[in-house]
Design a protein around this ligand. Structure first.
Ligand SMILES: NC(=O)c1ccc[n+]([C@@H]2O[C@H](COP(=O)([O-])OP(=O)(O)OC[C@H]3O[C@@H](n4cnc5c(N)ncnc54)[C@H](OP(=O)(O)O)[C@@H]3O)[C@@H](O)[C@H]2O)c1
Length: 331
């Protein structure tokens, strides 16, 4: 077991930070979400995805205990087992807190102390590793007791099983409530953010506008994360390919216009549509880290130029994409 890293104050976990980077999301690995076992083809697919991600410069891999019913972690564990030295080259992030298909419920949340401890130990066994670099609390559990969460996370960090703690789908006040009890700093917050899912952005400019009530995103969350140095990770960042060639049932005029603009910008700048879509997120000063969920090696490689696309994106181009995606001018 590797000991938990310590910073100069001796506090475990504090030297683990999340830079702005592309993150590989493993939700699409391992087959479907049924109880059906995975096959060797799924392991091969995961190995190809990991190889493509690393070729694209990605070293952080995002999991959750529930992804494809545990199979995403399990196939990833097989890839780690058959690739000596891989674990040391990458960082692993997993999440716990959602329970599916148990206790007669389709879903419920569980951030109890026992729930966190059991789920992390199960994830480590599936991933065939002694530690994860980041543990994210997947969703706010209304029944969670921050002291209990802190006790479980503190134990896992002291045991060297978890190196840093983050959250997902949480507002600024919810993070603060947990942070009051957690010894280690919350290093990341994973939220749905994309050209399609813009509530995080719209809510910042629609203050005092009736239209703003259409967006339930908790105002101040992005600002809280920026002020506290909490890395925002964007899931659904490719908008499931909506603007880069994935067929939409009946595309709206805004979707068509955005796809055309993404294609034109990519051609003009000698990059890919994926890099433009992700670069738009990375251009925002919050330092958003996009989590990409494609398992297609070509599409993974097409994401590689996102940071460069962000750096080359003018203010007018950034606003142009936003206006196209919202289908109307900003106030
Ligand atoms: N924290 C949370 O609550 C939460 C929730 C959801 C997801 N996540 C994480 O975020 C990651 C990314 O989320 P996501 O997978 O929903 O979003 P995404 O990256 O926007 O979409 C990936 C999906 O879109 C498809 N796709 C992308 N481009 C395409 C194209 N041009 N043509 C056809 N299909 C295309 C991919 O299929 P192919 O594989 O065939 O390319 C894949 O199914 C997940 O893997 C997971 O790690 C977190």
């Amino acid at each position: 077991m590797r000991p938990a890293p310590k910073d100069s104050t001796g506090t475990p976990g504090l030297d683990v930070s999340l830079p702005q980077e592309l993150v590989y999301g493993c939700m699409g690995l391992g087959g479907n979400w049924s109880a059906e076992p995975y096959s060797s083809a799924h392991v091969d697919e995961a190995a190809a995805a990991v190889e493509a991600a690393m070729s694209a410069g990605i070293t952080l891999f995002d999991h959750a205990d529930i992804y494809t019913n545990g199979k995403a972690e399990a196939v990833f564990g097989e890839v780690l087992a058959r690739t000596p030295g891989l674990r040391e080259k990458i960082r692993l992030q997993t999440k716990c807190g959602i329970r599916l298909g148990e206790q007669g419920l389709e879903a419920y949340y569980d951030l109890s102390r026992d729930g966190i401890l059991s789920r992390v130990n199960e994830s480590l066994a599936r991933l065939r590793t002694d530690y994860v670099d980041v543990l994210m609390l997947h969703r706010p559990d209304p029944l969670m007791d921050p002291a209990e969460v802190a006790s479980a996370v503190g134990q896992l960090m002291a045991e060297g099983k978890v190196r840093a703690v983050g959250v997902s789908n949480m507002s600024g006040p919810q993070i603060e409530m947990l942070q009051d009890r957690l010894e280690a700093p919350v290093v990341g917050n994973q939220l749905e953010m994309s050209l399609l899912k813009r509530a995080w952005l719209e809510s910042t400019v629609l203050v005092n506008h009736a239209e703003g009530t259409d967006y339930s995103f908790p105002h101040g969350t992005v600002e809280h994360c920026v002020r506290k140095g909490i890395r925002l990770q964007a899931y659904g960042s490719l908008a499931r390919g909506l603007y880069t060639g994935a067929p939409a049932a009946v595309p709206t005029p805004a979707e068509e216009a955005t796809s055309a603009l993404v294609t034109a910008l990519a051609a003009a700048k000698g990059t890919t549509g994926e890099a433009i879509v992700l670069g738009w997120l990375m251009r925002h000063p919050a330092g958003i880290a996009p989590v990409i969920g494609t398992a297609n090696p070509d599409r993974i490689l097409a994401c590689a130029g996102a940071a460069e696309a962000a750096a080359a994106m003018t203010r007018a181009e950034w606003y142009g994409l936003w206006v196209a995606a919202r289908g109307s001018n900003i106030p």
